[in-house]
Design a protein around this ligand. Structure first.
Ligand code: AGP
Length: 581
């Protein structure tokens, strides 16, 4: 995973690189580091932990106008200073920061006979390969890149050279330019507040950043012209306020996100009628996504089936990618991804495209790798989501796919959708219930149909930020095995928002109670069974209830994490954007 950020210009560039890295921390925050050119020599500063820790290590004397930096999510080798980037070559002449995975690094290591390695990373091989090549710096970089298999976005410093060399394959890399400064980063969010223009580097292209210009080269070393893109300064561009807990802020923002989405689709018509007519022609839809986005895809499929009478399938990207299914050219493949940078999802979209099928991407970041592969784009308008646990991006995806289903349906749902956004609010999770349920560490989430999806998403939230080993399960599946785990120390969170399923859910509750399990019921209606705890949901139309109910489960997870003193925004072992498979 990881994020890279580099800057060259007039004056000290350290601050801008650190600022950029902070904005890329969603890609990993195990350790970080920078390399600077000082009196033509390369120096590195590294630290385990977040960029704040690295910042503490940078002292007043550190000053350079050529700086590359990295924030790491460990793939090869444990989290420690030695494994953090930048990695120097054996002779100290080359420093590299890298996002991606060098798949043949073991093999390359053997070829670098006599070189002493100081880390367990795949990246250290790359800096040494470059240093061992001959020719100009660009030629060295080109030939080393040819030997490397896998994915990379890199920024490289050579001693004695006031330049930054960049290259990429499969991992994203952007370059932005303004008077007196040029920056490169894994994501435009690293610098979008300062620049008006940027370039998107394509696979196997190279860039040389010098103090006053940027030059681009193709894989054969010939110079190329690249199209300049303008930043879209969106009206809802949210910078990084002094917010202690982004997850809390992002949960609270959900009503505004839905209002914005409704405005974008119904008033601004971000997706044209012509596009909708094209989409309507497809009868089969196959959704592909990971994690939370997979859960929203499950709901998207449910809505398209229910309202637009389409035939839908849903797959987890990492399974779809290596599965034996045939790609159907008549089917529309829908890739759902907040970041648009998730490696497995991107790989599936490329595979589908190569086989001649059409691709629809539901993404929250306009300039992302996934959108480059899209035939159709359905943007979501969650705004920047910083916390690793997805909350507002999830409801934005769910609501956007509901809008899509509405636009493709015979029945006009627009007024119902607009009415919903005007009345939807986040109600706080009842404190008195929280106090009582904190003692449970064995928790199951159950539901049927759309509530099964909410149970999966509720369990994922609790796992990822509160580190509780819980599961979400279809209520009807309980008695096929998992019921064996239920005892009087178990809390079962039951989501029941489908009237047609009420009696079935009541039976499931009885089965749990008979084994001593305690029930927390989330529903907008009464049930003929006593439960220990009940949260009364607002009674919206059934299709909106996943949005209403998940807000409580997001708050539940947040409360558990905070009670244990965990940082909900940066859970251990995870990163916001999973850019490696
Ligand atoms: C959500 O809370 C997770 N952090 C994770 O499951 C995430 O949804 C998944 O990695 C997919 O990310 P994407 O939407 O950026 O593709």
């Amino acid at each position: 995973m990881c994020g890279i950020c580099a800057s060259i210009g007039k004056g000290n560039q350290i601050e801008d690189v650190l600022k950029g890295l902070k904005r890329l921390e969603y890609r990993g925050y195990d350790s970080s580091g920078i390399a600077l050119l000082k009196k033509a020599k390369i120096e590195t500063i590294k630290s385990v932990g977040t960029i704040n820790r690295l910042e503490e290590k940078v002292c007043g004397n550190d000053n350079s106008n050529v700086v590359i930096g990295h924030t790491r999510w460990a793939t090869h080798g444990k989290v420690c200073k030695e494994n953090s980037h930048p990695h120097l070559s054996f002779d100290g002449s080359v420093a590299i920061v890298h996002n991606g995975i060098i798949e043949n690094f073991e093999e390359l290591k053997k070829q670098l006979d006599g070189v002493e390695f100081h880390s367990q990373t795949d990246t250290e091989v790359f800096s040494n390969l470059i240093a061992k090549e001959s020719g100009s710096s660009l030629e060295k970089l080109l030939s080393a890149s040819k030997k490397v298999q896998g994915s990379f976005a890199i920024a490289v410093l050579f001693e004695n050279e006031k330049k930054i060399y960049c290259a990429k394959r499969k991992s994203p890399l952007y370059v932005a330019i303004r008077q007196g400064q040029i920056m490169a980063a894994s994501d435009i969010s690293a610098f979008e507040d300062k620049f008006d223009f940027f370039y998107v580097l394509e696979d196997d292209e190279f860039a040389i950043l010098s103090e006053n210009k940027v030059e681009f080269f193709a894989a054969d070393c010939t110079g190329i012209e690249k199209e300049q893109k303008m930043f879209e300064k969106t009206a809802f561009f949210e910078d990084f306020p002094d917010e202690k807990c982004f997850m809390r802020k992002e949960i609270a923002e959900q009503p505004i996100v839905l209002k914005r989405t409704s405005f974008k689709y119904f008033s601004e018509k971000v997706v044209s009628d012509e596009t909708i007519s094209k989409l309507k022609k497809f009868h089969n839809f196959h959704f592909v996504a990971c994690g939370t986005a997979y859960h929203s895809a499950l709901l998207g499929a449910e809505y398209l089936q229910r309202f637009a009478k389409k035939h839908c399938e849903v797959s987890v990207a990492s399974e779809f990618r290596y599965g034996s299914q045939k790609i159907n050219k008549k089917c529309l493949y829908v890739f759902v991804s907040q970041s648009g940078e998730t490696a497995d999802t991107i790989a599936c979209a490329s595979m589908v495209k190569e086989k001649g099928a059409k691709v629809l991407c539901v993404t929250n970041v306009p300039y992302c790798t996934l959108n480059n592969l899209a035939d159709f784009i359905l943007p979501t308008f969650a705004g920047k989501e910083i916390a690793v646990a997805s909350t507002k991006a999830y409801v934005a995806q769910v609501f956007t796919m509901l809008i899509l289903a509405g636009l493709m349906s015979e029945k006009d749902l627009s007024e119902t959708l607009k009415r919903f956004v005007l009345s939807f609010q986040i109600k706080p999770f009842p404190e008195e219930i929280l106090k009582e349920i904190f003692s449970y560490s064995k928790i199951f989430f159950v539901g049927r149909g759309q509530d099964y999806v909410t149970s999966l998403e509720g369990a994922l939230k609790l796992k990822e930020i509160a580190y509780i080993n819980c599961i979400g399960i279809a209520a009807g599946e309980l008695k096929h095995g998992t019921l064996a785990l239920v005892d009087d120390k178990t809390l079962v969170v039951v989501i029941s928002t489908k009237k047609s399923m009420r009696e079935k859910i009541e039976n499931n509750i009885q089965e749990i109670k008979a084994r001593g399990g305690k029930i927390l019921l989330l529903s907008q209606f009464e049930h003929n069974v006593d439960v220990e705890y009940k949260i009364d949901l607002t009674a919206f139309d059934e299709e909106f209830m996943p949005i209403e109910s998940i807000a409580f489960l997001q708050q539940l997870a947040l409360a558990y994490a905070l009670a244990e003193g965990y940082d909900p925004d940066k859970p251990r072992n995870l990163a916001k954007s999973v850019t490696v498979e």
